[in-house]
Write a protein that binds this ligand. Sequence first.
Ligand code: UDP
Ligand code: MG
Length: 332
Amino acid sequence: MNMLLADPVLKHSRSQRKKISVVAPCHNEEESILEFIRRTVPVCTNLVDDDYELILVDDGSCDETWNIIAAETRNNDRIVGVKLLRNHGHQLAATAGLSASNGDRVLLIDADLQDPPELLPEMMRIMDQGADVVYGKRMARKGETYFKLVTADLFYRTLSFLSPTPVPKDTGDFRLMRRRVVKIFLNMPEQNRFIRGMVSWIGGKQTPLLYNRDARYGGETKYPLSKMIRFATDAITSFSTVPLRIATYLGCIFSIVAVLLLGYTVFSYFEGQTIAGWASLLTAISVFSAVQLIVLGIIGEYIGRITQQIKGRPLYIIDFVQKGELRIEADV
Ligand code: UDP
Ligand code: MG
């Protein structure tokens, strides 16, 4: 598979499986990362003593995030820093972190403390009862704008209407997964990685855990409107081909309209009237060309993604992995 996984980099340290891996992608999180570590480490220690690892992926941050992570790896040998060569985006940074993990169970969590790490013991309990995946389902979302809530709601509605794979509403990527789920996920070679959808697609026993999503601990969201739109189109195009079918339906509807118009025009001609007016002509041309352009655009979205996929470039590039004083360069 054409992916630059982190495990070859960490091979020497993989002999011993940990009970829990916690994976957090971080992009410019200098304000939250220390507090995140401060809250997450005791949760893990209480659960499994030292048998955990905390993998912090620095996704091309341009602030102090990496320096803080590197310093923390020296303070605690359970902390592993994975430094990506540049910013690859949340979903790919999370994938890089998952590929670096080796725990029997892996918690994927944001580094901004919107998802409380204190929920891990409850997630572990649910998993003890047989779940393959325990995903956080948001009841309340503090500190989010009204706009974000409305657009997120619209996104989930559209997705559930279009996608044959049910993606649970009000969930993010905050989830505890068994190793086998992580393994299957890492073997899925798609470039557009909509993690929550891909994990839903895998199936098995997936159980929600209701929680209140907190406000960010510090800093700002890394998902401005433009990134949200990209994220949504990526999700829809990789989980549904219904938009292409809608294009066909639109074509059919407008063909019927065209035939009716033609019939009307011919009928009027034989009745001795010619239909006057450039306005109606212009309206018809505008409507039909607009529909054509939209349909072309939809097809283009899919073709663009096919092109991206067949290039088969690595999903992300790891600069190096830091464990304590040890800096393991990625073998590229
Ligand atoms: N993130 C990342 N790379 C990016 C953008 C975000 O690794 O390019 C991380 C970010 O540091 C955070 C998580 O992904 O830990 C979720 O991002 P954010 O909190 O900005 O998204 P929101 O919660 O606002 O949807
Ligand atoms: Mg956040």
